[in-house]
Design a protein around this ligand. Structure first.
Ligand code: ACO
Ligand code: ZN
Length: 227
């Protein structure tokens, strides 16, 4: 009887164990055929989305030992624009954003962190923004863009000041691949935005704002803006 129970427990653990795909980062249960099918589908889409092949005239705005940051602007090649769009779709799906309209689509700047010359593991989308509202809750004061209609939850969760402050750059999306977080990839993306967003000047942390930050985004922004 004991042996039988033991066998069931072992089989059960193997069977129901949560798996993390080392390539796409998805957590799924190998026990569930549905989960596995979902993973296969997600995996392919994700790997295609983050796949990077350098293009002609790419704008490298920073280089590090573990990667580089490439900037894509309006008017860049079809290939580069398509890549920016694909990555944005992937990020929006992860953030649960549906069809969020960019405030200034023609002035949007997309910064991609490229790892190993083959994979995009970070993305930051910046827009010119003039006014933002300071978040009134702890842990630290961060600036938030006027909320869009998709962000009612975020509005409820965080109290914002009613007095707008002047900023220059709005970070509408920031994302780092789940298995590469806490390696200062987001910090380096924001550093580069501050240096390159406005030609000829370096923006202070008071002059950038984060739009509708998620809990992760808020923790990151609070920490980043203090330093
Ligand atoms: N929890 C607590 N502190 C954090 C977190 C977190 N999840 N993320 C960052 N920080 C703080 C830490 O103090 C960190 O320094 P440490 O690692 O030495 O402690 C510091 O911020 C710098 O963090 P980075 O390594 O530069 O940040 P990372 O590359 O991990 O990216 C990001 C942060 C972009 C928020 C990432 O967690 C992510 O992609 N999350 C999912 C997507 C998301 O929610 N994006 C924000 C949406 S809001 C918006 O787009 C405007
Ligand atoms: Zn996978």
């Amino acid at each position: 009887e004991a042996l039988k129970d033991q066998m069931i427990i072992d089989a059960g653990q193997k069977h129901f164990g949560a798996m993390v795909c080392k390539s796409c980062g998805m957590v799924y249960s190998s026990a569930s055929p549905e989960d596995e099918a979902h993973h296969i589908q997600y995996h392919q889409r994700f790997m295609d989305g983050i796949k990077y092949t350098s293009w002609k005239n790419e704008r490298v705005v920073a280089q590090f030992w573990d990667g580089k940051i490439v900037l894509i602007q309006q008017g860049d090649s079809k290939y580069a624009s398509k890549k920016a769009e694909d990555v944005r779709e992937l990020v929006d799906r992860e953030l649960g954003f549906k069809q969020v309209v960019l405030t200034y689509p023609t002035q949007t700047q997309t910064y991609l962190f490229v790892y190993n010359e083959t994979k995009i593991i970070g993305c930051l989308i910046a827009e010119p923004v003039r006014r933002a509202f300071r978040v009134l809750s702890e842990p630290a004061r961060t600036l938030e863009l006027p909320a869009t209609e998709n962000s009612l939850d975020a509005q409820r969760a965080w109290r914002c000041s009613t007095k707008p402050e002047e900023v220059f750059c709005g970070i509408s999306r920031i994302w780092v691949f789940s298995l590469m977080r806490r390696k200062r990839i987001a910090s380096r993306l924001v550093d580069v935005v501050r240096r390159t967003f406005l030609f000829g000047s370096c923006l202070s942390t008071d002059e950038i704002a984060f739009s509708d930050p998620t809990p992760d985004g808020k923790l990151f922004a609070a920490k980043y803006c203090q330093t």
